[in-house]
Write a protein of this length. Structure first.
Length: 285
């Protein structure tokens, strides 16, 4: 959905705006966190139209685009969300397509929304691997799903965390995006920064128990921020551009290989794993 919004603000083609809305609907029907992303899309869209109006675009064109967005970012996503519960209907013996127009189906959908909302409001118990947003950005507290030591001196584990090179380097790159946005008025950097903040800022106000995997959506924009930095290095003819790009990519790949046992559950020497993989005292593996 961000890809097509980027294409829309770049070329003004409404088909790209429509596709952004459709993918927003698909995302929202998969997981509620995608709805937070919609706020980022709205900010980008509004900023685009403020610039368009300043450049002489007619106000009526803006109104028509607003109505277009109501269709593709409200009505169609709501329909996609509603239809996505078809498995609930069929499990209850309802038949398609008539079940979509029945009161029982509508009641099932609405009841599930109430259940999910109340569930999330009630997730406030302590958890040994819970973490807050300010911990995610530094990779401070990964999740440990499984850890087993064996008699032969090996161990097997599963964890969830962000590649340290991506997490820390991407955060630095995101500050560069902020500088380029505020000082140089770079629109691409602003796009990446808004997308990142749309994934992170809502979690600052959510009081339920949270975990590092809630940061995974934001990690997409960490990748984009690093790529933007590399791209600008090439555009500006920086002498270290090739070495920096290839070297950092190689580092990310190397760390993926190093931490693969924690991602896969592969049995490895327990002592060696403890020495190599426990970079911070708060890391549980």
């Amino acid at each position: 959905m961000y890809l097509f919004m980027y294409l829309y603000v770049s070329d003004g083609e409404r088909k790209h705006l429509a596709l952004s809305g459709i993918f927003f609907g698909l995302g929202a029907a998969s997981k509620w966190t995608c709805i937070y992303s919609g706020a980022g899309l709205a900010v980008i869209w509004l900023a685009h139209w403020i610039i368009e109006l300043k450049n002489g675009k007619g106000f009526w064109a803006f109104i028509k685009n607003c109505m277009f967005c109501v269709v593709f970012f409200v009505i169609i996503p709501a329909a996609i969300y509603y239809v996505s519960y078809f498995a609930y209907g069929t499990a209850l013996g309802m038949k398609m397509p008539e079940m979509f127009f029945s009161k029982d189906y509508a009641k099932t959908v609405l009841g599930n929304q109430s259940f999910m909302l109340n569930y999330h409001k009630g997730v406030d118990s302590e958890h040994p691997y819970s973490s807050r947003w300010y911990m995610w950005i530094f990779d401070i507290r990964p999740i440990l799903y499984y850890l087993q030591y064996f008699d032969n001196g090996t161990r097997s584990s599963f964890g969830a965390f962000v590649n340290p090179a991506l997490c820390w380097g991407g955060l630095v790159a995101m500050f560069v995006m902020g500088y380029l946005t505020l000082v140089r008025r770079d629109r691409v950097s602003a796009f990446i920064l808004i997308g990142y903040l749309a994934q992170l800022v809502p979690w600052m106000f959510i009081t339920r128990t949270t975990f590092e995997y809630h940061y995974f959506q934001a990690s997409v924009f960490l990748v984009l921020a690093l790529c933007r930095v590399f791209s600008l290095m090439y555009e500006n003819g920086e002498s270290c551009r090739s070495a920096g790009t290839v070297g950092y990519t190689a580092l990310c790949m190397l760390l993926f290989v190093m931490f693969y046992p924690v991602l896969s559950g592969k049995s490895v020497n327990a002592e060696l794993a403890g020495d190599l993989l426990k970079w911070l005292p708060s890391w549980p593996f």
